[in-house]
Ligand binder design. Sequence first.
Ligand SMILES: [Zn+2]
Length: 171
Amino acid sequence: MVNLAHSRRALDVQGGVEWISLKFHRVLMAQPASKTNPLDPALRDLLEKARQAAVRSYSPYSKFRVGAALRLTNGGIVTGTNVENVSYGLTICAERAALVRAVSEFGPEIRIAAVAVANLNGAASPPCGACRQVLAEFVLPEAPVVFPVTDGMRTMAFRDVLPLAFEMKLK
Ligand SMILES: [Zn+2]
């Protein structure tokens, strides 16, 4: 808060107060949507499997234990957990670990019908940008994605989680 107040003053000096007010307003307006959504039983089960996967996390560096569960259109459910590496940059997230496992088990034709992400740290953990892009290759646009936010859980359609995925469409 101290830093925020400081930057607010700095922006006041630069005449940016309107911009930051608008930004605060948007944050406040966004809060109701981030409240806990009621989960349908299938999604709740998927979330529980994500939580169980998080127990197996290999995260000695961050201690951030994350699990992901994917429900495939073929009915299969595949989980993954984050696997860190001493080089940090080679760490793989739970979502991508699950996806790689799903393709390895079921082949390249899989489609993902639902995604659940959980962590054991009581923290927000929406899928990172890299995982969103990798999931986009296989996930249905309308697939629900459920993940922890600061004040509960949020469920969003994948198309809203990553509205402008990179696509290779050469002319
Ligand atoms: Zn990720």
